[in-house]
Design a protein around this ligand. Structure first.
Ligand code: SF4
Length: 292
């Protein structure tokens, strides 16, 4: 049975006594007609690419082709190693990983566009740091990715992942909602708790516009990946402490989609509003395209 809403997804998982990840795994096996082993091998390759992109910028400075972003993941990693950070290892490593993937994306390196290239830093940062903190194996982190996929299926069916359609709340918001739900499952939470996490993430990012400087997925995108990763991790802790979302996931998702559609075109990836048309945003655009 295919879930068309979060409520149906929770019901299916509960009545079959399965996790969100198992739902997604079963669907993939059915649709692709492959074995569980083949599916996990494929997802291992995906995790490998995520890990590479999340770590490259922590080990050396990586710059985007435009020169608009770069070197920040390395800077943050050095800061973490200095022992002076406020938030500590898990959070700051996630922040550095989110920046790294964004920088690798801007440098035309290999990333996993999950769910989009613009938000490619969030899921790897969250799964890898939570996985390390919880002592999870690669196979368990892969299950986390499948849990995220189960939530992504519901988002894709009922809303959008595209900044051009729903603003950054649809891109970075979806990535963070999927990631938070996955971590809740990795921490032993129920499907309902995972969807609670997704709902809280969407509520907290509602209305975020898409306004990339020069139309490139760099400013403010890289730092929005950082906030998305932190939102996902902090929300997982909220939910695991027993805190619920009063607004269920389906309602929060529907609100996100409606708000996205109501956003003016200038705030939906056209680079005609928001940060993109600030004085500095326009100067940077000029620099990129006119080599000034
Ligand atoms: S600002 Fe727009 S392009 Fe940048 S990450 Fe958000 S949705 Fe993607």
């Amino acid at each position: 049975m295919i879930a068309k809403s979060a409520k149906e997804l929770i019901d299916i998982c509960n009545s079959n006594n399965i996790k969100l990840s198992e739902y997604a795994i079963n669907r993939e096996i059915d649709e692709k007609n492959i074995s569980r082993e083949e599916l996990f091998l494929h997802m291992q390759e995906t995790l490998n690419v995520m890990r590479q992109a999340a770590n490259t910028g922590r080990k050396k400075e990586v710059y985007s082709l435009s020169g608009l972003i770069g070197g920040d993941a390395f800077k943050l990693q050095k800061y973490l190693e200095s022992g002076k950070s406020l938030l500590g290892n898990t959070a700051v490593t996630a922040m550095a990983m989110a920046l790294s993937s964004s920088e690798v994306n801007g440098s035309m390196g290999k990333i996993v566009a999950c769910p989009t290239a613009g938000s490619c830093g969030i899921l790897p940062a969250v799964i890898l740091t939570a996985g390390e903190r919880l002592g999870k194996s690669d196979a368990e982190m892969i299950e986390g990715l499948f849990a995220a996929a189960a939530v992504g299926m519901i988002i894709g069916m009922n809303a959008t992942f595209a900044g051009a359609e729903g603003g950054c709340q649809a891109e970075c918001g979806s990535a963070a909602a999927m990631a938070s739900a996955a971590v809740v499952e990795m921490m032993g939470g129920t499907p309902e708790m995972s969807l609670n996490a997704g709902a809280i993430v969407f509520k907290n990012i509602l209305g975020l516009v898409c306004d990339p400087v020069a139309g490139l997925v760099e400013i403010p995108c890289a730092k929005r990946n950082v906030s998305g990763a932190i939102s996902a991790l902090s929300t997982a802790d909220l939910v695991m402490a027993g805190i619920c979302s009063k607004i269920p996931f389906d309602d929060a998702l529907s609100a996100m989609y409606k708000v996205g559609i109501e956003l003016p075109a200038s705030l939906r990836e056209t680079a005609l509003g928001g940060i993109a048309i600030t004085k500095t945003g326009l100067e940077l655009k000029d620099k990129v395209f006119n080599n000034n």
